[in-house]
Design a protein around this ligand. Structure first.
Ligand code: SF4
Length: 285
């Protein structure tokens, strides 16, 4: 895998569930076609040329050295580090990426810095070793469908849905905190599916975040998209209420936003974790 060097790694995030963030890879072989917001931004800034460039990830070769320099300066400020906003930390079948991610999580945990991790890949079982990795990390997957054809078109390089769920369930069964990002949830003109069947697969998880699909003309072409998202969000809320799962509906998904549910991101760090406008917070993974 190609390597790049960066001048810095940790940066302050503008989102609700982590105060700091890092991205130790440039690009992502999952190659999502929703489109991928991170790819659009990198293209706009001239960092990558096109989609083909994006799906050939480049590793930040000096990531661990940067952390050694940055952690001592920042560790008293940082409560939670999120991996990642502009790439996927457990890119499917990219061992080099996963190995580096594990080292980074361990490096942060060694200094008592908690991590939240979001992937469309597969979690290595060794994360359940809480002597090595922190037991307060939170692990999450993105899951918006169970339809294989939809995955082939929209998340071509990502892990099969069942593998993602299985690896998350493994960490849950080992006592670790997990959540599921159901965003960007597609409209029926993209895939016909029953939301409840997807929810049933993840009934073990601690939190669910549900949000609409943005930046895709197909959503606006679907005439009843506002009613559709209202109804689906209510399905998620009822399901979570019945299963004792915390939830948050991303702003702009329901006709009327409920700001109270933001609190699920504060459950472990009420003193430090800042809340920001969820409208700005588009999960990239
Ligand atoms: S997994 Fe995330 S970062 Fe990777 S292509 Fe898909 S949306 Fe983009």
């Amino acid at each position: 895998m190609l390597k790049i060097t960066r001048k810095s790694l940790l940066y302050k995030s503008g989102v609700e569930y982590a105060d700091y963030c890092l991205n130790h890879i440039e690009g992502c072989s999952h190659g999502c076609r929703f489109p991928c917001y991170a790819m659009m931004m990198k293209k706009r800034c001239g960092v990558i040329k096109d989609y083909n460039d994006w799906i050939k990830p480049k590793i930040v070769g000096n990531a661990l050295e940067l952390l050694d320099k940055e952690i001592p300066k920042l560790k008293h400020k940082i409560k939670v580090v999120h991996l990642c906003f502009t790439t996927d930390p457990f890119m499917y079948k990219q061992k080099e990426v996963s190995d580096l991610t594990l080292k980074i999580i361990k490096r942060l945990n060694d200094d008592n810095i908690r991590c939240t991790v979001l992937t469309k890949g597969v979690y290595p079982e060794e994360l359940a070793d809480t002597d090595k990795y922190g037991k307060n990390n939170e692990y999450s997957i993105t899951l918006i469908s169970l339809d294989k054809d939809f995955k082939k078109s929209f998340e071509p390089g990502a892990a099969p849905y069942e593998e993602r769920i299985k690896s998350l369930k493994y960490l849950h069964d080992k006592g670790l905190k997990t959540w599921v990002s159901m965003e960007p949830y597609p409209t029926p003109n993209l895939v016909k599916q029953e939301l409840i069947k997807i929810l049933d697969k993840i009934s073990f998880t601690d939190k669910i975040i549900f949000g609409k699909l943005n930046y895709n003309v197909k959503v606006t072409e679907f005439q009843d998209n506002k009613d559709f998202y209202e109804e689906r969000a209510n399905t998620v809320i009822n399901f979570c209420d019945n299963h004792g799962i915390d939830y948050h509906i991303k702003y702009g998904t329901k006709k009327k936003d409920d700001k109270k549910t933001e609190k699920i991101f504060r459950s472990q760090s009420p003193d430090r974790l800042k809340l920001y406008s969820l409208k700005q917070a588009q999960l990239t993974v």
